[in-house]
Design a protein around this ligand. Structure first.
Ligand SMILES: [Mg+2]
Length: 179
């Protein structure tokens, strides 16, 4: 039977916070890097409200989406490899509607294959979607996954403190060691 791998979009496929911190620095004359974002709640690190954080996120997706880099070199080939191993590739992303079109543009631009693309607008838990394995950088999306489903945490500076046994640094590492 075909297995489905759900892949988170921001900070797993697209290295969104690189561009987010660049834009933050341009606006504020600061030198913050992605590595400085060591908490899931960015408001713990930078003097921003939740609304300002999400407004900047929406702004960069609408205005600077071509600058947002893939999380690793050869991402398109790695996703193809996973697909050829027999997995359905399902991209599962929680976001606000105004940025939806740019996700599709970004995936086309970087020639990233997927069998489906799911946009989640409400608070429905990702863990309740149908998949065999989820790769995500958000501890909150991984924590409620229970067997036979598998949750793989994608390492990022903001999830280092979270205690989770199965972690990868890249999708190519997941392809080699987990799938
Ligand atoms: Mg993410």
């Amino acid at each position: 039977m075909t297995k489905t791998i759900s892949v988170d979009f921001d900070s797993v496929l697209a290295d969104t916070m690189v561009t987010w911190t660049n834009e933050y620095n341009r606006l504020n004359g600061t030198k913050v890097s992605k590595e400085d974002i060591t908490h899931w709640d960015i408001g713990m690190v930078l003097p921003l409200t939740a609304l300002e954080i999400s407004d900047l996120f929406n702004y960069i997706w609408q205005n600077c989406w071509m600058e947002i880099p893939p999380s690793e070199l050869g991402l398109s080939e790695t996703i193809e490899k996973i697909h050829r191993k027999g997995y359905r590739i399902s991209i599962l992303t929680k976001r606000e509607r105004p940025t939806v079109a740019y996700v599709a543009k970004w995936l086309d631009y970087h020639e990233i294959y997927s069998d489906d693309l799911v946009f989640l607008f409400d608070g429905f838990p990702k863990a309740d979607y149908q998949f065999d394995l989820l790769i995500d950088d958000a501890p909150g999306n991984i924590v409620d996954i229970s067997p036979p489903k598998i949750g793989v945490l994608f390492n990022q500076p903001w999830n280092k403190e979270f205690d989770w046994p199965l972690r990868v640094n890249s999708l190519s590492e997941a392809e080699r060691n987990v799938l």
